[in-house]
Design a protein around this ligand. Structure first.
Ligand code: LLP
Length: 430
């Protein structure tokens, strides 16, 4: 390591498999220097580590060995088919929220019998595709959706396997935009209505009640909200059993957080133990829907400093990645650690790290102490989850390339979009 540098956060342990490390003063992904990736594929570019992805999945699963369980990766966190395929090979199932995600999972070789379909607004076409594919379960979020599913399944001569997503009114203590288990959120069936809706479901000819589902939010860094929600669900499972509506699986959703800066989310094994301890007397399969925790710290967004601009009040580093590439800072004021790929000795300046998009909300980081020159490469860390998946073409910017590093091998897993790709589906008036 060079001296006198702001020390990048390299000692992440909790849910933060770190395959991004400095070797000879250069940040590497596994064995590949990030500047080599920039040379080959240009910037901005998402870089993932295969070892980090595999380790996160295996660590998550390790605490569940011997338990009847299924880990369904939440596709929305990172839907690249290379990543889905990697998880499918490790035995993962998938949590999907659209017909598009269903198509991706199938294209990536995912097993339909390991798919759960969440989301508040599934349309009839999406229901039909999922019934045709033969998915494991629909996580139904309202009585109206249940009626629609019963009707669609009836028209197809099929029986739809169902869990109700129950809204337990538990505070996940996370950003309000990613909190989903409070009664003023749009998600799920209100806890106090759940029994009545289950009774309706049980009486429907084309619905088979299989499970109970719950997802209270994302980037949760405490155990207590998960346990509070699970206790409520277990009570519900008992009440349903007494009403002759047996439940064969409980889906506890996703939401376990990662370390972006100094958060200390529960470790996977602590989380698993706490949940499994509650289930010892229940003969149910347990489902998990982690997204961020499996991919978040397995990816960085590589970007180049285009210009430095020193004004009276601020120093700006204008980089070639922007809010369209990584929306989290603009949308949630989210923090991502930003490090120089080749840190240099000497004085640092405090920079606003901003993109080229025409919005003042287009920032990637505030007040970062870095010693920068134009042309330098930066790595925006913890960008593997909800990075590329939320990217847009705002300002007619092609979405970034995505590459995956595997030891000393480098694979392009998504080409950079070209300008012509961006208007290829548009038509001039006749
Ligand atoms: N299951 C359901 C039903 C979900 O809605 C979500 C995330 C997950 C599982 C996975 O949650 P995770 O394990 O990744 O926390 N764009 C936001 C996060 C939105 C999460 C939406 N639902 C962000 O960038 O922080």
């Amino acid at each position: 390591m060079l001296k006198n540098l702001p020390q990048p956060n390299l000692q992440l342990k909790n849910n933060n498999v770190n395959e991004f490390d400095f070797k000879n003063g250069t940040l590497h992904a596994e064995n590949i220097a990030l500047n080599q990736i920039a040379e080959e594929f240009n910037t901005p570019c998402y870089v993932y580590s295969k070892a980090a992805l595999m380790q996160a999945f295996n660590d998550f699963s390790a605490g569940l060995i011997g338990t009847n369980h299924l880990v369904c990766f939440a596709v929305k966190a990172n839907p690249n088919i290379a990543i889905l395929n990697l998880f499918a090979k490790l035995g993962a199932g998938f949590d999907i929220v659209s017909g598009g995600e269903l198509a991706r999972v199938l294209a990536a070789g995912g097993d339909p019998q390991k798919i759960v379909f969440s989301g508040v607004g599934k349309n009839a076409d999406e229901m039909r595709s999922a019934l045709n594919a033969g998915i494991f379960c629909f996580n139904v979020e309202s009585a109206s959706e249940l009626n629609r599913l019963n009707q669609v399944a009836g028209e197809m001569g099929k029986i739809a396997p169902v869990s109700l997503r129950v809204n337990p009114n538990v505070d996940a203590k996370t950003h309000p935009y990613i909190s989903t288990g409070l009664k003023n959120n749009k998600f799920g069936v209100a806890f106090e209505d759940a029994i009545a809706v289950y009774e309706q479901a049980a009486a429907m000819p084309n619905i088979a009640v299989h499970g109970v589902d719950c997802h209270i939010g994302s980037q949760i860094t405490e155990l207590a909200p998960f346990i509070e929600a699970l206790d409520l669900i277990l009570g519900l499972v008992d009440t349903l059993a007494a009403k002759n509506i047996p439940i064969s699986h409980i889906d506890v959703g996703g939401g376990i957080g990662i370390t972006y800066s100094d958060e200390t989310p529960p470790e996977f094994k602590t989380y698993a133990q706490a949940i499994l301890a509650k289930l010892t007397h229940k003969n149910v399969k347990i489902l998990f829907e982690p997204g961020r925790a499996l991919v978040g710290n397995a990816g960085v967004l590589l970007t180049k400093v285009e210009y430095l601009k020193h004004t009276e009040s601020k120093n700006f580093a204008i980089v070639d990645a922007a809010m369209n590439d990584l929306m989290r800072p603009a949308l949630y004021d989210a923090y991502h650690n930003i490090v120089a790929v080749n840190p240099r000795d000497g004085e640092t300046n405090v920079y606003e790290i901003v993109g080229p998009v025409c919005e003042s909300g287009d920032f990637l980081g505030h007040d970062r102490a870095l010693n920068l020159a134009e042309g330098d490469l930066l790595a925006i860390k913890s960008a593997g989850a909800y990075g590329m998946s939320m990217a847009s073409n705002y300002n007619t910017r092609g979405r970034a390339a995505e590459v995956m590093v595997d030891g000393d091998k480098l694979h392009l897993i998504r080409q950079r979009e070209k300008a012509a790709d961006l208007f290829a589906l548009e038509h001039l008036l006749p």
